[in-house]
Design a protein around this ligand. Sequence first.
Ligand code: FES
Length: 421
Amino acid sequence: MTMQLERPAGRDDLVGLVNGRVPGYSLAAPFYTSQEVFDLDVRGIFAEHWIFAAAEAELPEPGDFVTVGVGRYSVVVVRDDDEEVRAFHNVCRHRGSRLLDEPRGSVGNLVCPYHHWTYGVDGRLMHADNQPATFDRSCFSLKPVHVRSVGGLVFLCLADKPPADFDEVAARIEPFLAPYGLRQAKVAHQVDIVETGNWKLVMENNRECYHCDGHPELLSAYFPLFGYSAEDVPPRLKPVYQRYGTAAAALQSACVRQGFPIEGARELDTRATGFQLSHAPLDGAGKSFNTNGESVCSRLMGSLTTDRFGDLSLHMQPNSWFHMLADHAVLFSVLPLAPDRTLLRTTWLVHPDAMEGVDYDLATLTAVWQATNQQDGTLVARTQKGVEDPGYQPGPYSTVEGDVEAFVTWYVSRLAAHLSR
Ligand code: FES
């Protein structure tokens, strides 16, 4: 049924592998194990689409930067002196030295450690010693990378011509994010985890809750109705469904009252910039990710005036998802390191005036997703071991894995488009 290429070596092998994907089934082993497919993923997915890179909150002041690694690419995302966010290849225009090694920091200028060519945070070459009179500094600015902030979430695209639908997607997302004031928010915590699995296993795991009985902390925040609609909810869950209906109506009223958008969107596999927006109530006290549903920060985000504002979730292809709650936001980015290693970066944002130890306790703020990430990492590592086993054969998705199917369908179709160029 599936292609059994152990080591696709050339373009034809890769085309065959991509075209041989069976809808409704997990991917063939080489998609998770082969260096050639990993390199193709970097070229055809990460270098050709808009990827989530950082929160603006990570760059509050001019000169603040983060470096983002994608395969062999390294990109500097920096706030310039006009307070705009810019992105550049992290490569000196003299003889190519890496400019910055640190994952984050703050600089006045970008100074190459090799021969000290000095660039402004707007990328312009300001100084280079011992040049002939004919040397034109303006020809040697850092090479820019496309960058856009969407409501405080910074996306970059390495392609010369990024997917053209991003402006439309951004315009649809921004009104949902605006109430949370992410641009002005404060980073309360950030954690990097290197998962021992292919980046697609990390994404696939995120795109379903079939496994969520392994997430008791996270589940306590949600109504236990995964996989059920109003029509097929079993009798034992009818009271839960009624409770959910009441909470959903209250959330809708709160949105209307404050003039915030309500209707979500699900366009995960029908466009280059696949995305999904959903705003759902939370169970228990209904306020936040907490085992009892209570708030984890006493300062509400942005312009919100109610602490019961559910979970606004945003899922983006290929590498990110986000949860915005009344009292904090959690951002996730997935960056491929190797066929069997992936960086998962988790960032918690709070109101800019929220003070640790006064308005929030860091352990409580981060508890649910620290636990969930650890549990997910174990599942991803187990799956990586399995797909590397010669006994692995792609298996069928269940009825509650529609978003996994959407992710894989998007991924395969984008690779096919890349290979056809
Ligand atoms: Fe950067 Fe020479 S390589 S100054």
